[in-house]
Design a protein around this ligand. Sequence first.
Ligand code: BEZ
Ligand code: FE
Length: 296
Amino acid sequence: MSTDHELDRLLGEVLAQVRADDPRLAEVVTGAVRHLHAFVRELRPTEEEWLRGIDFLVRVGQTCTPERNELILLSDMLGLTSAVDEVNHAGPADATPSSVEGPFHSPAPARPPGAWIADGPERARAEQMVVHGRVTDTEGVPIAGATVDVWQADDDGRYDTQDPAQPRGNLRGLFTTGPDGGYWFRSVLPASYPVPTDGPVGELLTALGRHPMRPAHVHLRVEAPGHRPVTTHVFVADDPYLDSDAAFAVKDALVVTPVPRTDPAESARWQVDGPFLEFPFDVRLVPVRVPAAVAR
Ligand code: BEZ
Ligand code: FE
């Protein structure tokens, strides 16, 4: 009997044993088994290669701690997290596209409009930046009372949770939009940064000839009653890693060019000392249709 015939028989036997009560579980496991068997059929790994792959996955698991999830990092670095984001959050073309959350979100302090979110050593050394925009629906109607949760790295590419020199809650803020849907805050220009490379995923990136860098960005999660929430990033234009983001999270509509401002009248308007970068970013949320029976 040919190997292909034997592989068909084997796959059939494995699938015949899937008898889960939960139909979705059966579907997911069946899909995974079919694709993994197809992988073996196509790649014909040696036993040594197979054990090397298993050893890699074991080490990925062993690297996980309550603070670090190497398995999610592996998913990020293979574009799988972005693929799952896409199948779950694809929206109309006029909505702000979603993008992966990443591992650095944590609860942000509520801050008033215009607050500085940079309260650490970066404030004195980095380029000042004013981020502002409006939250509207996809027709452009302003949404008052939306929450805009932001988090970003500093000019060294470090989050507060990675850097003892930054106070907790630094470069994070929870803002609420005003009557015109507007939000704004003062911060510093973030830098591009590497994902953690001291574990097996780092080894994989090196072996694949890949760099670990993420282009400079600010994360946002925007929520408003009656609208689909969006978790996304806004990226800094001209960053050298925009075309090769290690996490594959860049979308054209999320890239913003910071505008250098040197006019003292502009600095006074935005309440900053001296030159700054203006960083405009509007967010468009998709209204959620409430079923008529629930709407009364
Ligand atoms: C981040 O942007 O914070 C991130 C996303 C995916 C992997 C690593 C970091
Ligand atoms: Fe990030």
